[in-house]
Design a protein around this ligand. Structure first.
Ligand code: BES
Ligand code: MN
Ligand code: ZN
Length: 513
């Protein structure tokens, strides 16, 4: 779908010719759900038949007769649940995002090319959400994210009759037009960025290498007026980036460290984002079991998230500076591959014993963090990575793991994630965990044993951030196949992209020190 095909208008919804017109109905205890006058008859009938109460996810789909006032071919009425129940702003927004995803699903079912959404008054949605910008935005995000599909490589199996997705979305609002419009515009920026991150992740290892990260960033920078730099393998060698080089040793595709900069002249603070761009993780010599190894093409989801967040940053031009770094390579077992037991030296001089070549993410992030902090001199640094299987054991697929050295930054990340429907859960970090990665022969080692694998991975990274406020987001459990939401299809979720965009949007100078 093209961005300019998503519009906000004030025209009477009934008069619009469209494949699908959507209304909302609010659950009212013991009574008929509250809804637009245009669909009152249908809602009343369904309610009296005990078919529809306006509960969240309930729906009515009907076909208005020719003599009806409604010009649409089909009408969908969606339940929103009750008013005055939802206190949590993040939960209220996610309810709307889920409703958006449901709309996209119905569109696919009836192969609707366009959809018109009749927005309810925001106070009808939830008291926590009496904010037309945020609520319209969440709904729009849900539709765009729910309409996502990746069919680039479906050739002979793709039928002409297959549904290509929506071509146009119109939001109709009765009041607050400019505010709603701003919310929808923002939603477009964040949802398209997340869809782009999904596209990158869906690309297989043979079609998405470090070179593709670099080429994409270069083009994005040229199109959007961002700064671009790529540190090539030769420079890494000169600079002593022993971590990313070690991981890259077994591969025939040279590693790259890709940098995108948004640095407005009058900025006072700069946020540094670092994302693991491991384009395929075989485990290296400590090779992974073959069952499910194909999923390790997704090991670059952190890199995709930070790179695509920059797309929205470039559009929204915040006051705060933002720099994204993606250390990119695959992890292979070619004849030059790093061996278990090898000792490497990172960019900042810290030496490390590679116990397990499959704990490679921390090795490439270490150099990126140390180089980024030295060169960007950021106010704070956030990294995100599909770093540990252990985070799935700890939190399942419902929270991103968070480890940080700064409480104010934690608050900001928690809030940004919550508003994006991408909640984070903080895990502790202290000396006791740091002890687990002490090495007999080097400064540190790259594994800390079974206990608290997510925390010991973060403990490793903590050696490269110094005193800079830092937050580490382990997205191994949330980056893909998290299928419990209508707006997240099977495959990559694009998680962390919208969290970072929110973090930048809501950034308050001086808040994190
Ligand atoms: N990319 C993996 C982590 C991962 C595992 C992500 C499963 C998503 C699903 C990472 O590079 C890795 O292999 N981590 C090891 C670390 C261990 C060897 C200390 C892990 O978690 O098993
Ligand atoms: Mn690995
Ligand atoms: Zn990995």
């Amino acid at each position: 779908m093209k961005k300019d095909r998503i519009t906000t208008i004030t025209k009477a919804a009934e008069a619009i010719k469209t494949a699908l017109l959507v209304y909302f109905a609010v659950e009212v205890k013991g009574k008929m759900p509250a809804c637009d006058a245009a669909v009152q008859n249908q809602v009343k009938k369904a309610f009296e038949l005990n078919d529809f109460f306006g509960k969240a996810a309930e729906q009515i789909l009907f076909y208005p007769p020719d003599q009806s006032d409604i010009s649409a071919a089909r009408v969908l009425i969606l339940g929103t649940g009750p008013v005055n129940k939802e206190k949590d702003e993040g939960a209220a927004l996610d309810m709307l995002r889920e409703a958006g995803g449901q709309i996209a699903k119905v569109c696919a079912l009836v192969k609707a090319k366009d959809v018109v959404i009749c927005l309810p008054a925001p106070k009808h949605l939830s008291p926590a959400m009496d904010d037309p910008e945020m609520s319209a935005g969440a709904l729009a995000e849900g539709i765009i994210l729910g309409d996502y599909r990746f069919e680039k490589y479906k050739e002979s199996t793709k039928k002409k009759t297959d549904y290509p997705g929506l071509d146009a979305i119109k939001f109709v609002c009765k009041d607050n037009l400019n505010i709603v419009r701003r919310g929808v515009e923002r939603a477009k920026n964040s949802a398209f960025a997340a869809c782009r991150a999904r596209d990158m992740a869906n690309e297989p290892g043979n079609h998405w290498t470090s070179a593709d990260f670099a080429a994409y960033a270069k083009q994005l920078a040229a199109d959007m007026g961002l700064g671009y730099r790529c540190i090539e393998k030769k420079e890494m060698e000169q600079m002593g980036m022993g971590g990313i080089l070690a991981v890259n040793q077994g591969s025939h595709v040279p590693a790259r460290m890709v940098i995108l900069e948004y640095l407005p002249e009058d900025r006072t603070e700069t946020i540094l984002l670092v994302g693991k761009g491991l384009t395929f993780d075989s485990g290296g010599i400590s090779i992974k079991p073959s069952a499910g190894m194909e999923d390790m093409k997704y090991d670059m989801c952190g890199g995709a998230a930070v790179m695509c967040a920059m797309q929205a940053v470039a559009l929204e031009k915040p006051d705060v500076g933002v720099v994204a770094i993606v250390p990119a390579t695959d992890n292979m077992s070619g004849s030059k591959a790093v061996h278990p037991g090898d000792i490497i030296r990172h960019y900042n001089g810290v030496t490390s014993e590679v116990i397990n070549t499959d704990a490679e993410g921390r090795l490439i992030l270490a150099d990126a963090l140390a180089w980024g902090i030295e060169n960007v001199k950021p106010t704070c640094v956030l990294d995100t990575a599909t770093l540990t299987g252990a985070v799935i054991i700890g939190l399942g697929h419902h929270y991103t793991g968070l480890v940080s050295n700064n409480d104010a930054l934690v608050k900001a990340v928690e809030s940004a994630g919550n508003l994006a429907g991408e909640p984070v859960w903080r895990l502790p970090l202290n000396k006791n965990y740091e002890k687990q990665i002490e090495s007999n022969v080097a400064d540190i080692k790259n594994t800390g044993g079974k206990p608290a694998g997510t925390i010991t991975a973060a403990a490793y990274l903590s050696n490269f951030v110094g005193k800079t406020p830092w937050a580490h987001l382990d997205i191994a459990g949330t980056a893909w196949d998290f299928t419990q939401k209508t707006y997240i299809p099977k495959g990559p979720s694009g998680t962390a992209t919208r969290t970072f965009i929110n973090l930048v949007r809501n950034w308050k100078t001086g808040n994190v020190k």
